[in-house]
Structure formats: structure tokens, C-alpha cells
Write a protein that binds this ligand. Structure first.
Ligand code: TPP
Ligand code: MG
Length: 660
């Protein structure tokens, strides 16, 4: 048998595993793996540079299954090529609790899965970030970083709006080592794509600077030729692979019936007949298995050669490369931040926190060469650029600043790709209100536990005249609701430095740093002995006397509560102030610390220029929340604070009336 085995047989192994695993799980998506089995076989068998023995090899090609519902395609490939952890039993346990084979691929869960996919379009855009990461590191380390990024995307990925941002940015930056294999099967869940889309995708990609080819996705030689041409292209490549969804299932193929449901025993039996695959479920004949394992071993030599090259590289290069890939912050960073904070304590600058963020970044970018900044066309407002960060262009990837353009969603997903690629620490800015435009990718940063830092300025009605379209109200609450996402809202320059430091130190969590447009008084004027913001909340002002009231605020409203505290003290009501830049960090503190900070024995009043949803937990049943209950308005910001009742007087009055 060995001599006659073809890639068609190898592809049929994927088809069989996919239809059998979906049938056993009684849920899942057999159509896409069966349709793209030939394309994937050619890619993994002939082209992809990878080594199942070392899934983390830094110079491996990246493979992203953007059409994440086709997860059985990826799991079959990982199993067949020899990723040890992905056993046949794991395939048998497809979609079961605790298995390595969840419904959609999850990064950090299954070796060989490069990114979490399932929300259509995210994988494609994340892959743009990976391809960009490759170029950035290549500019720093030369041939040590020289790999490609391959994507399998479906009709759905290309319909999603984010695909426009992804394709446009990749074309603009001429990411020639990015190759997208489009599963052009003309089917989505509702039926034929003609129900909902008439785009000429080839023309669309070409118009955005891509190299475009069309092939029969069931013709291995045609696929191979197309991949070779794509590899040679200096532009990113789209290969439209015309396929039949559910290929091999004689009665259902070519229809949406194969998209997301088990084929059923009868159709599976018929498919076995059609494909010439007489073997029982989950059984792969040895000769076919051998060929697949051979495909999995072919990268070992390339990896050995790469490791040798790394070993022979100049010591300084090797050290820098390993330091970059480790993701650890350099020792000098803490010292330089300490010096900067001492300077802040002495100078007590009254600046907007967005400005303070830039001041901190000037130190950070000087100390950490891995940071790569950017903004979605608001560089001068977000203050994300510093003296060290020169622009990244299609002709020169040695810079550290990305002009993401007006593409918030794309920026966030690209930053995920940069973080996943490794070797860089991405941060990027827009207005806090537009986190809504980036939210699906922010959610994935959190789900994957990636160190991506979102610099979100203009964080409240405090931005003033631009009005309610630009004034976030519900955004802090919405972001705080995302698990594993640290949301920071610093109150002054010192807190901003501390929040940046905490964000950089959390290497398995993304952070949002919400920053003011308006200038804020410096309240932290002592040289800190610990990072108080990393505690989430802390006592900023003690009460004179036995505290009756605790005023809690974040960001710009700390100013209000500090003034209110002084008035209450003058009125004979001992009052303390708690600054609370991060709920998430606070929740991680000990019970004792939280109790001592919140002081439930006092009247607690929380103030924030945002919806107060959730603050009840910190003020208790008898406490008071003062915030926004409606959208903002267009006016100078001080007038807005008065108009919406966010005033020192309102806070003082609330305390007095409650204390009777
Ligand atoms: C953002 C998003 N919206 C909707 C879905 C639900 N969904 C999963 S697959 C799919 C259809 C995708 O069609 P296509 O990419 O052509 O996949 P095929 O049916 O060809 O496998 C949809 C709507 C999703 N996963 N993500
Ligand atoms: Mg489709």
C-alpha cells in the first residue's frame, strides 16, 4: 500500500477524523475540515515549517485557523503530524470538558494552537499582527527570524468588517510573508453566499495591495503551485481555494447541512464508501499514519539548523534575542521607573493623565526596547508616541511605532497577534469610548491572557466639548465586566506611572489604562515605597480623628473627593479618601486589606464620572454612589461636571444628609 499512498489519502484521514469526532460528540462542524482537507494537507505536508516536538520554536511558521469552527481540521493535523499531547483519545473527546479539543481552538490550551479563534475575522487580523511581528523582529535580529504566517479563512471571515481593516493594513505594510488560503466554498450557515454577498473578493484584495490567485481546492498540484507563487510574492497573498463543503459526503456535500451538524451514521457510511475509506472510526492505517508523521518530522532539521545559527550568533545578539523572547522586563527598568517617580514626587506636575502617560512612556520606551506603540489615528491625542518610537513602514520595519490608521478593531486584533508572536510588547491608543469598536479583540486578549496594553484617553465627560458621542459613560463598567482584564484609571502623574508599571508587569493579562484629557492635580507627592496602584485601591488621605466617612473615587474624580474631604473635615466630620484606580487589582488583595481600605464601619461614598453600575459592592447597602445616569453633553467640561451633579457640594451634601 505504501507506494500508492497519495495526499488524497492523507486528506481523507482528516475527513474521517472530522466526521467521526463530530458524530461522537454529537455536535461540531464537519463541513469545513472535509472541504479544506486537501489544501491543509498540501500546506502541512509540503510547505509549513514546524516541529511538533517543539511547538514553541521561535522561528516556526505560524498557522492560524481563522475559521475556528473547523477546529477538527486543526486537531486532526496536530494529531497526525505528531503533537504528542493531541492523542486519538483527545480526538475521541472532542468538545468534552477538560479535553485538549474544545469546540473552537483555544490558545494556551492545546499545543500547536497559535491563537484562539471562533469569532470570525479575528484570526485573520491576529495573523496580520503575527506577520508584522515577524518583520519587526527580523529587522532587529536578521535571519534568526524568517518565517511565514498562513491563514485558513472562510467566507464568514471575509464578510466580517474587521477583515477590511486587516487586509487594508497588511496591504499597506506589504506583509509579503502572509498567505491567506480562503475556503471559497460559497456556503455559510444560512445557505449559499449568494443570499448575502456579491463581492468580488479577488478584486477587493487586489485593490488593497494583495497578490491574488484562484485554484481548485481539491487539486493538490494546483494548490502547491499557488503556494509557491504566493511565497515568492512581495505582497501579502490571497489564494481563493474553490472547494466543496463536506467534500466526500455524497448526499450532503456542497450544502450548508454539512456546516455545523453531525452528518449522521448513514451519511458517514456513504462518505466512507465515496472516499474509499473502509476503516473504522478513529483508525488510521499505518502507512498513511507514517506519511503524516514524516510530514511532522520534516521540520526537525530546519529547527536544528536554526538552533545552531542561534548558538553561533554573536553573544550580544543571542542575549538580546533570548531576552526579547522571554518577555521579561530588563532589570534596569525598575530603577529607571524609581528615579522617574522620585522626580514626579519632587515636581508634582499638574498634567492630564494622558500627558503623564506619555511622560511615563518616555521612560518605559527608553528602558524596554521591546515595546511597540501605536494609535488608531489619534497619536497627538493619545500621546502614545515618544522620542524612541520611529514609524514602522513597508520599507523599514526597524521602527517601533505603528500608524494603525482609523482601525480600532484591527489595531486590537493586530496587537493580539504581536503579543502572540512574541518578542514585542504592544500598546496602542484610541479614545475610551471607542473601546466599543475594539471590544471583540479586547475580549480575546483577556481570554488568551496576553500582555496587550490599551491606552484609552478622553475617559469621561471631562473631555468636554466633543459631546456625548465621544464621552464614555458605560465603558468602564463594560470593560470591568470582562474577566482577566485589568482596567486602570489613574488619578495623577504618579498613579499613571504606577499603573503603567503594573500593566507591564502583568505578563498574562491585558490592561486598559483610562486617561483624562483634562489636567489633574498631583496628590501623590511622596516617593513611593511600593506600587500602591498595583493594590487596586489604597488610602490616599487619612481622616483627622475617628473616620466617619470614606470617599472612594478613581481618576479625575479623586480631585473632587479630596476637596470634599477637606470641607467635611472643616465641618467636623472626619473623612478619609480612598483612591481606587483598579477594581481588578483590588479584588486580588487579602480580605483584611480590602476591609481596612474600604472601612465598612464608615459611610462610604463612591464618585466616578461614569455609570455607577457595580459600585454598590464597594459602598454597601447604606452607601452612596455619585456618577452619570445619562449620556453626557457638549460643553466646557467644568460646566458639565456641574450640570451632571458631579460636584464637591453634592458629595459634601450626600455625606451630611446621610449622617443626619
Ligand atoms: C463574529 C461571528 N459571527 C457569527 C458566528 C457564527 N458562525 C460560525 S460559522 C458561521 C458561518 C461561517 O461561514 P463560512 O466562514 O463560510 O464557513 P463554512 O460554512 O464555509 O464552514 C457563522 C455565522 C461566529 N462564529 N463569529
Ligand atoms: Mg463558506
Amino acid at each position: 500500500m505504501a507506494d500508492e499512498i497519495t495526499e488524497q489519502d492523507m486528506a481523507n484521514a482528516i475527513r474521517a477524523l472530522a466526521m467521526d469526532a463530530v458524530q461522537k460528540a454529537n455536535s461540531g462542524h464537519p463541513g469545513m475540515p472535509m472541504g479544506m482537507a486537501d489544501v491543509a494537507t498540501v500546506l502541512f505536508n509540503r510547505f509549513l515549517k514546524f516541529d511538533p516536538a517543539e511547538p514553541g520554536w521561535a522561528d516556526r511558521d505560524r498557522f492560524v485557523l481563522s475559521a475556528g469552527h473547523g477546529s477538527m481540521l486543526l486537531y486532526s493535523l496536530l494529531h497526525l503530524t505528531g503533537y504528542e499531547a493531541v492523542t486519538l483519545d483527545q480526538l475521541r473527546n472532542f468538545r468534552q470538558l477538560g479535553s485538549l479539543t474544545p469546540g473552537h481552538p483555544e490558545y494556551g490550551h492545546t499545543p500547536g494552537v497559535e491563537t484562539t479563534t471562533g469569532p470570525l475575522g479575528q484570526g485573520l487580523t491576529t495573523a496580520v499582527g503575527m506577520a508584522l511581528g515577524e518583520r519587526l523582529l527580523n529587522a532587529r535580529f536578521g535571519d534568526l527570524v524568517d518565517h511565514r504566517t498562513y491563514v485558513i479563512a472562510g467566507d464568514g471571515c471575509l464578510m466580517e468588517g474587521i477583515s477590511h481593516e486587516a487586509i487594508s493594513l497588511a496591504g499597506h505594510l506589504r506583509l509579503g510573508k502572509l498567505i491567506v488560503l480562503w475556503d471559497d466554498n460559497e456556503i455559510t450557515i444560512d445557505g449559499g453566499t449568494d443570499l448575502s454577498v456579491s463581492d468580488n473578493q479577488g478584486d477587493r484584495f487586489a485593490a488593497q495591495g494583495w497578490h491574488v490567485q484562484r485554484v481548485d481546492g481539491h487539486d493538490p498540484e494546483a494548490i502547491a503551485v499557488a503556494i509557491e507563487l504566493a511565497q515568492a510574492s512581495e505582497e501579502p497573498s490571497l489564494i481563493a481555494c474553490r472547494t466543496v463543503i463536506g467534500y466526500g459526503a455524497p448526499n450532503k456535500q456542497g450544502t450548508s447541512a454539512t456546516h455545523g451538524a453531525p452528518l449522521g451514521d448513514a451519511e458517514i457510511a456513504a462518505a466512507r464508501e465515496t472516499l474509499g475509506w473502509p476503516y473504522p472510526p478513529f483508525e488510521i492505517p499505518q502507512p498513511i499514519r507514517k506519511l503524516w508523521l514524516k510530514a511532522g518530522r520534516k521540520g526537525a532539521r530546519a529547527r536544528a539548523a536554526w538552533e545552531k545559527a542561534l548558538g553561533e550568533a554573536p553573544a550580544a545578539t543571542r542575549t538580546a534575542f533570548e531576552a526579547a523572547l522571554s518577555g521579561k522586563l530588563p532589570a534596569a527598568f525598575a530603577e529607571q521607573m524609581a528615579a522617574y517617580k522620585a522626580e514626579l514626587a519632587a515636581k508634582a506636575p499638574r498634567v492630564a493623565t494622558r500627558k503623564a502617560s506619555q511622560m511615563a512612556l518616555e521612560v518605559i520606551n527608553g528602558a524596554i526596547v521591546e515595546t511597540v506603540g501605536g494609535s488608531a489615528d489619534l497619536t497627538g491625542s493619545n500621546n502614545t508616541k515618544t522620542s524612541q518610537t520611529l514609524p514602522v513602514t513597508a520599507d523599514d520595519f526597524s521602527g517601533r511605532y505603528i500608524y494603525y490608521g482609523v482601525r480600532e478593531h484591527g489595531m486590537a486584533a493586530v496587537m493580539n497577534g504581536l503579543a502572540l508572536h512574541g518578542g514585542v510588547i504592544p500598546y496602542g491608543g484610541t479614545f475610551l469610548v471607542f473601546t466599543d469598536y475594539a471590544r471583540p479583540a479586547i475580549r480575546l486578549s483577556a481570554l488568551m491572557g496576553l500582555r496587550v496594553i490599551y491606552v484609552m484617553t478622553h475617559d469621561s465627560i471631562g473631555l468636554g466639548e466633543d459631546g456625548p458621542t465621544h464621552q464614555p459613560v458605560e465603558h468602564l463598567a463594560a470593560l470591568r465586566a470582562i474577566p482577566n482584564l485589568a482596567v486602570y484609571r489613574p488619578a495623577d502623574a504618579m498613579e499613571t506611572a504606577e499603573c503603567w508599571e503594573a500593566a507591564l508587569q502583568s505578563d498574562s493579562m491585558p490592561s486598559v489604562i483610562a486617561l483624562s484629557r483634562q489636567d489633574l492635580t498631583a496628590y501623590r507627592t511622596e516617593v513611593p515605597t511600593e506600587n500602591l496602584c498595583a493594590r487596586g485601591a489604597y488610602e490616599l488621605r487619612a481622616a483627622d480623628g475617628d473616620a466617619k466617612v470614606t470617599l472612594i473615587a478613581s481618576g479625575s474624580e479623586v480631585e473632587l473627593v479630596c476637596e470634599a474631604r477637606d470641607r467635611l473635615q472643616q465641618a467636623g466630620i472626619p473623612t478619609r479618601v480612598v483612591s481606587m484606580p483598579s477594581w481588578e487589582a483590588f479584588e486580588r488583595q487579602s480580605d483584611a486589606y480590602r476591609r481596612d481600605t474600604l472601612r465598612p464601619d464608615t459611610l462610604r461614598i463612591a464618585v466616578e464620572a461614569a455609570t455607577m453600575l457595580g459600585w454598590e459592592r464597594y459602598v454597601g447597602d447604606t452607601g452612596v454612589t455619585i456618577g452619570m445616569t445619562a449620556f453626557g453633553a457638549s460643553a466646557p467640561y467644568k460646566e458639565l461636571y456641574n450640570h451632571f451633579g458631579l460636584t464637591v457640594e453634592a458629595i459634601v451634601e450626600a455625606a451630611k444628609s446621610r449622617l443626619g
